[in-house]
Design a protein around this ligand. Structure first.
Ligand code: SF4
Length: 242
């Protein structure tokens, strides 16, 4: 059980958003074809060793933009007291707050994100909302050489750096931990709903095709014991060897 260094070779794919040609997707294939899976309740040590039962949910989650806020509010409004433990508290005293830098996030309440149901809650423990972590979506304004302004949208691993300067101080974190790379399916498959919500159906289909082709190449390289190909395919280092 080892947490690997977060700097390692990665394979990326770039493609134009089929629904908006001023967007360019830049996606981390190394991460998206890895076998990471959330092991909360099944070996997750939590980012705070004093509060391991809430996994990485003790700080609350940052809101990316107005659309993200709108969607979060929309889905929160659908939650009932049967499936959200803090339903009353959230509606009475708020679901959001600002961090020390003024960025909007979900509110931390009693040592965890207000949407986190604690162990033993009848409606199910864990996040009561579907959440995108550890997929990180970034936006970068770029002027192309032809003077056209585009947005480069990164779909990446939400590694320790995604948490900001405090990421290095987390007691443990899963994205490069070998014990969390035990998924039955690759991230692009297990996170299809989240990726589709982030990118749209058409862009997700393009991404999934690239990922599937890469998985075929990796399988072929392993089957033929092609060590050179295996090395340069930039497989996630937390992946089990076999
Ligand atoms: S995402 Fe990682 S740190 Fe967060 S609960 Fe799951 S395994 Fe634990």
């Amino acid at each position: 059980m080892v947490e690997k260094n977060q700097d390692f070779p990665r394979a990326w794919v770039e493609f134009v958003d089929p629904e908006d040609d001023t967007n360019l997707y830049r996606c981390d294939l190394t991460w998206l074809t890895s076998r990471w899976t959330c092991i909360w309740g099944n070996g997750c040590k939590g980012i705070d060793k004093e509060n391991p039962d809430v996994g990485c949910c003790n700080l609350g989650a940052h809101i990316a933009d107005k659309e993200d806020l709108k969607n979060t509010k929309k889905y929160a409004a659908m939650l009932t007291p049967e499936i959200w433990q803090n339903h009353k508290e959230g509606h009475k005293n708020g679901m959001f707050e600002k961090d020390d830098d003024g960025a909007k996030k979900t509110r931390a309440y009693n040592g965890a994100c207000i949407f986190h149901n604690r162990n033993g809650f009848e409606g199910g423990d864990g996040c009561s909302l579907c959440w995108e972590l550890p997929i990180r979506r970034t936006f970068e304004e770029v002027k192309r050489p032809d003077d056209v302004d585009i947005i480069v949208i990164g779909i990446e691993e939400y590694n320790r750096r995604g948490w900001g300067p405090g990421g290095e101080d987390l007691d443990w974190y899963c994205t490069t931990a070998t014990e969390a790379h035990v998924g039955a399916r690759a991230v692009y498959q297990s996170y299809e709903p989240e990726l589709t919500a982030l990118m749209g159906k058409k862009a997700y289909k393009i991404l999934a095709d690239h990922c599937a082709a890469r998985e075929e190449m990796i399988a072929a390289a392993k089957a033929s014991d092609n060590t050179r190909a295996i090395k340069y395919l930039a497989i996630h280092p937390a992946t089990p060897k076999s």
